[in-house]
Design a protein around this ligand. Sequence first.
Ligand SMILES: *Cc1c(COP(=O)(O)O)cnc(C)c1O
Length: 392
Amino acid sequence: MANASILEIEKKFEMGVYPKRDISLVRGRGSLVWDADGKEYVDFTSGIGIAILGHAHPKIAEAVSRQAATLLTCNESFGNDERAKLLERLASLWQSATSTSGKVFLCNSGTEAIEAAIKLARAKTGRKGLVAAMNAFHGRSTGSLALTFKPKYRERFEPLIGPVARVRYNDVESLRAAVNADTAAVFLEVIQGEGGIRPATAEYLKAAREICTQAGALLVIDEIQTGCARTGKFFAFEHYGIAPDACTLAKGLGGGVPIGALIAREEACAFKPLEHGSTFGGNPLVCASANAALDAMDAEHILAQARENGEWLMGRLRSLSSRHPCIIEVRGQGLMLALELKVESKPILQAAQANGLLVLSAGEMVVRLLPPLNTPRPVFEKALSILDSVLP
Ligand SMILES: *Cc1c(COP(=O)(O)O)cnc(C)c1O
C-alpha cells in the first residue's frame, strides 16, 4: 500500500483526534525509517522519545519474539520471571538515584502512571489537593488531564478532578504560596517536554523538595519524557541532586512497546490490596522488551552516549544558530534538545520531512529533537545538514 492509501483509510476510520502528516511509516532500522513509498528518513522523533535505542534493535526484536513464543500474558495475580526481573531492576535504579528503597507499579502508558501517582498521593496523605505547573503536560485521561496545562485540551471535559493549583514553573514563591495542608502532591517535569523543552533550575527543584517535605506533600517527578537516559542520567532528577517521593516513567522504558511505571519511596507506598491495578500491567511481553532494552543500554553505554552525543549536538546546533538568525535559543539536556525560533515551527517540520529528516515541534515556535540515543555521528551530520538547508 502507498502512503496516500494508508492515510485515506486512517482518516476514514479513526476518530480524527490526530492531525496527520502526509506520509505513512512502515519500516525502521536504527535511527532511520522508511515510508510506504520507499523514501528514507532520519528519525529524530523516535516516535516521541520512545525508540531510545533506535528501531528494530536486534536484542529487543529477539526478546519480543522469544517472549511471544514463550508466554504472552500472565496477570499480576501470578508471578512471572520477566516481570520480577524488571521490578528488581527499576527498584535498583531508583535506589542508586535516591538512596532510598522504592517500590514499583507497572502499567501501560504515561497517563496511567500519572493516574497511579495521583491515587497514591491521596491514599498516602489523606488529602485531595494537587499542584501542577503552567505549561505542564502530564497526559490526557481524566485524572492526568486535570494536571495538564493547555486549556484547549481540558475545557470541554471539565469538571475534572481537583482542586488543582497551577503555579508558574521555575517560580519558587508561586509554588510556596500554592502548597498547603490540603496538598497531596506536587507534580513537576524536570524539563517541560510538550511545554517547549524548558529545564527546571536547580534552585527550583531544591526548593520544591523542601516545600513538599515541610508541607507533608509528595513530590512527584514526571520522568515520562526525560527518563530512561534521555538526558544523560537514567532519571533526569539525578542531575539536580534531589530525591522525589515518586516518579513516573513510560516513553523510552520498553524500548518501543507500550509500558508505564510509577516508582515510589517505600514509605509513600500506601495502596491496600486491589485499590489499584491493571489487566495488562506488567505483562511478560513488555517486561521482556524492557529488560532487553535495559540490557542493551548497559552494553552500549547509553548514558555516556546520551551525554556525549548531547553535548556535541548542542554545540553543533549553537553554531547553526550563528548562521540562522531565526534561531533565538538552543536548549535542553542530553538528547532532549530544542531550537526556539522567531518563526513558526510547522513549515520547518514539513520542509525537513520533504528533505528526509523527521523532527517534532513543542509549541508553535519550537523545533524539538529526540533522536535515538545511539544515533551514529554520520547520521547526526546528515540531520544537521538537512536542518541547515531548511532553516531560513
Ligand atoms: C507523553 C507524556 C505523558 C503522557 O504519556 P502517554 O503515554 O501519552 O499517556 C505524560 N507526561 C509527560 C511528561 C509526557 O511527555
